[in-house]
Structures are given as C-alpha cells and as structure tokens.
Design a protein around this ligand. Structure first.
Ligand code: FE
Ligand code: CA
Length: 530
C-alpha cells in the first residue's frame, strides 16, 4: 500500500467516524485517489467564497492553486492527481471554536481543482463561518449565512451589487468598502473579468496576458489574476454571493452563438463553452450549474421579504439588430427608419423560453419585493441623432423593445409585488421609471430600475449622455464619472438604494461616499430621492 493510499484510507476512517458521530453529512462526491499533500506554498491563494444561500445551507468554493503565476494554470504547481481531498469546517462563531460541521470535498482536475461543496442541514437565517484545510495548509476564514425559510417573516436585508470590474482601469476598492459593511448578500451582475486588455485608456495595472482570452487556459489565467486581488477576496469572504454574467466573461457584445467578430458559430460556441467553464470554476455556483450555466435562471427567496430573480441576458438572446458589415457585429445606435428589424416581435433579449420561465416565477412569487438581477440597462434611452430622429443602442434592452414590452406588460398584468430591476454593463449610475409605454409620459410606471456604476471600468462620456436626458423624462438620475457600487437596504415599507462613489479609482486607498440615495416605497413603483 502506498503512502498516498494510506492517507486516503485514514481520511476515509476519519470521515466515517465523524459520520457515525452525526457531525458530517456523507460527502456528495466520491474522492478518487485523493491525496493530502504537504504543500510548499499556500494552495488557497485565490481565497474562498460562498454562494447560493438556501434556508439550510449554501455552496462553499475554493480552488487549489499552489503556483498561480505558473505559465499553464491547467497544471497547477505540485498537483498531479485527478482529485484532491479538501477538508472543510463550518462554525457558528468567527473564531471557529464551535464547529457544527466537518466534511471532505473534492477538488477535481476537470474543473481546475476548484471546490463546489453544497452544504445542507444548517439552521435558517443565521451567519456561519467556514474554512478549508488541505494537507498542512489552511485557508482564510469566510463568513456566510443561510436564508430565512420561505415565507418566514423577515424585516430587513442588506445587499450590495456590483458590475464591470476591469482589472486594468482601476483598483477594486469598491469591493473592499462593500465588504466592510458586512452585507447579507452580494450580487454580481456581470463583467466580473474582461477578456480583452485595455489599449485605449491609461491603465493603473496590467493583465498578465495582453492578448484577448479565447481558450480555457487563457480564461482560467484571467480569473486567477483577478481572484488574487485582496479586495475581491474580501467581498467574497464577507457574505454569500449570487452571480450572473454579462458579455466580457466571454467576448464583448456577443449574443448567443453570434460573435461580434463574425466567427463561425461553431468556433464561437467552442470558445463560449471554454469561457463558461472557467466562470463556473471560479464562482461559488452549484455543481448543477456546471459547465453551461443554464441553471443560472434561479429564483432565490429570502423569507417573505425578497425574491431575487436571476436572469441570463446573453446565452439565449437574438442576434444584434442590423449587424454587419464586419466591424458592426457589436452594439451600435439604430433609428427606426434605418433598422425596422430592431422592433421585430420575434426577437428576444433573454430567449422566449426564459421569458416564459421568468414570467411564471414572477407570477408565483409571494414576497414583498421582487428584484430582477440582470446584466444590461432596461429603460428606454432615446439618443437624438444628427438627422433629429431618435436612435437606440442595440446591445441592451433598447435593442429588444418587444421583449422588454412583454416583460413590463407581464409585471403589470401579474401584479408582481414591488418589482425592482437592477442592472450593470453601462458603467454609470441611472435611476429610472420603467414605463408600460415609454413613448407616453402618462403611461403607468410598472417597476423601478437602479443601474449601478462599474467597480472600475471607464464610464461613457458624461456630457453626451447628459444631453439625452431631456428626451427621456422617465430617467431621474444619471452619473457616469464615478466608480463604485450600490448598497440596498430592503425593509418591509421601503427599499433604500445608496449609490456609493469612490473618490478615485486609481488610488488603492480611495475613500467612498454616498453620491445619491433613492427610496422606493412599498406599493408604489418609481424611486424618489431620499
Ligand atoms: Fe462592462
Ligand atoms: Ca457589458
């Protein structure tokens, strides 16, 4: 019997002893040939995370990588086995004294030695702390929490949401400031990494690889670099996360199998599969969400107070309206006379199947607030063109007005309770009334939209966009010159949104302050300055 097998047998015996003592649930994975090596460097250098909180558990994430600067992240340093055992502990106190659960998870080579351990059987609506051990190495301690039981009374929930963290254009101080507030939940709305490197703007730090990520190894390298950032690690260690993606996790402005650079759909789908796999490997997602992310369309309920409806805005969308010739596969501005295709009823932002499942979830929801967490701006934005006709951006909901109309009509008809849309992608703060008919100022407001600015990505030109506001009376606030995040406090009578703005994204120690505060009252759609 080899040393290795002796180790895994001992682990097995330990696990069996704990099982019979009722301390752990049976491991949900079979640990094949698992070893517990002695490490020469910290294999937990990418930190830890938790996500998908349920009323009795969550998923715990880490990824073993002893040599993050190695040329090929596929071959991480000292690891050679197909599967490495990682022990985890869950405690009810931050000093990890009162441990209520011990278990063994598997870090599998197929998924770059990442761990996605689903934990059940814990108490609802309370914080837990956790850490991992592998051989002689121990991870940092993370804080997470379980959700209240469905329907249970809940008075208050604090969540922060984020989008668009380009590593090169600024520091991730927004994540650090958000972590200090110890929210109950962090929601990531996409552009968590950027596949391309920034050649146009002055950068504060560089991607390790300048070329655009296209392969599994390159996407893994990008996530590895981002995940080494201490501020990013801090927000994940502070609370559980819910994740969706936008375009830059794969390629700018892609739509389903359509690349902005007109790659053949078969080639592009291969690239997309690699990108989706790397996304899964680095996020606290359920194993059932590996690797194509189709299970992202989930509704998460927090007691009787809040439902978070996650929407996938990229994987199922119709191709950009009026794309081409080459060079025009990405978002652009189109008028109705130049591009009647944009108005086509058959086109969908999220795919007709997802529209149906989202509509059903919204109709079935019985919580006080319904948050639609999705990637791109939903409010209509008329952009006056040189001819005087209005143009519309084709890559956000403005490119899919029939799909947007179906959603808003459904929110109206189903009397969904207090729908609030949160969005990213446009690197600027926006507060808007979502109108049943945007072209009629007397049309009812059916939902509120709060667009969070970017964590670090550069904003659109302020003067140009501010100039569009008089033609868009449903938009109440716009600011593109500040980076940061949004902190939401959800109570029974009111939701309060704080737009948190960094003083200087190029200063790692930047302070943050409230740029604007908006409140939405229970039973009345539309946010007002608080
Ligand atoms: Fe972005
Ligand atoms: Ca985007």
């Amino acid at each position: 019997m080899t040393h290795r097998r002796t180790q895994s047998r001992r682990q097995f015996l330990q696990a069996t002893a704990l099982l019979s003592a009722g301390l752990v649930a049976a491991p949900s994975v079979i640990v094949r040939g698992a070893t517990q090596p002695g490490w020469t460097s910290n294999p937990f250098s990418l930190g830890i995370a938790s996500g998908v909180p349920s009323s009795d558990g969550f998923v715990l994430w880490t990824r073993l990588i002893p040599d993050p600067s190695g040329v090929d992240p596929m071959v991480p340093g000292e690891i050679a086995d197909d599967s490495v055992a990682v022990n985890y502990e869950i405690a009810t106190d931050e000093s990890m004294r009162n441990i209520v659960r011990r278990g063994i998870a598997a870090a599998e080579k197929t998924y770059a030695y990442s761990v996605h351990e689903v934990v059940h059987g814990l108490k609802p609506n309370r914080p837990y702390w956790y850490r991992f051990h592998s051989g002689d190495a121990t991870s940092a301690i993370g804080c997470t929490r379980t959700a209240p039981r469905a329907g249970a009374a809940l008075d208050r929930l604090k969540l922060s949401y984020f989008s668009c963290s380009h590593y090169e254009t600024g520091y991730f101080s927004a994540y650090r400031h958000a972590a200090r507030q110890a929210p109950d939940l962090a929601v990531f709305l996409g552009d968590y990494i950027y596949e391309y490197s920034d050649s146009r703007n002055p950068v504060v730090r560089h991607h390790a690889r300048k070329s655009e990520a296209r392969t599994l190894s390159q996407y893994r390298g990008r996530y590895t670099q981002y995940r080494l950032d201490p501020d990013l690690q801090a927000i994940h260690a502070a609370c559980p996360a819910l994740m969706i993606w936008d375009d830059h996790e794969v390629q700018n402005d892609y739509a389903d199998k359509w690349s902005q650079t007109f790659d053949s759909p078969q080639d592009f789908l291969r690239r997309r599969a690699a990108a989706y796999q790397a996304f899964y490997e680095h996020m606290p997602l359920l194993p059932s969400q590996a690797p194509n992310g189709s299970a992202m369309q989930i509704c998460h309920a927090f007691g009787d107070l809040l439902s978070v409806h996650l929407v996938d805005g990229r994987q199922y969308r119709s191709r950009e309206a009026c794309y081409g010739p080459p060079g025009k596969g990405h978002g652009h501005v189109e008028t109705n006379s130049d591009c009647p295709e944009r108005l086509d009823e058959a086109r969908s932002m999220i795919g007709l199947q997802q529209e149906t499942s989202l509509f059903n979830r919204l109709a079935a929801s019985s919580t006080r607030w319904n948050l639609l967490a999705q990637d791109v701006m939903m409010a209509q934005l008329r952009q006056k063109t040189r001819t005087g006709e209005f143009g519309y951006w084709t890559d956000d909901w403005n490119g899919y007005p029939a799909s947007r109309k179906r959603l808003l009509q459904h929110l109206h008809d189903s009397k969904t309770c207090n729908p609030v849309v949160i969005s990213g992608d446009i690197h600027s703060f926006w507060t808007s009334d979502l109108k049943l008919d945007f072209d009629d100022t007397n049309s009812p407001t059916v939902a509120s939209e709060l667009v969070g600015t970017s964590v670090s990505s550069n904003g659109p030109p302020f003067e140009q966009f501010a100039g569009f506001l008089p033609d868009n009376p449903h938009i109440k606030f716009f600011e593109s010159r500040k980076r940061g995040f949004v902190s939401l406090e959800i109570a029974r009578k009111q939701m309060t949104a704080r737009f948190k703005a960094l003083a200087d994204v190029t200063d790692r120690d930047s302070v943050i302050s409230d740029l604007a505060v908006f409140a939405i009252e229970d039973g009345r759609a539309g946010a007002a300055k608080a």
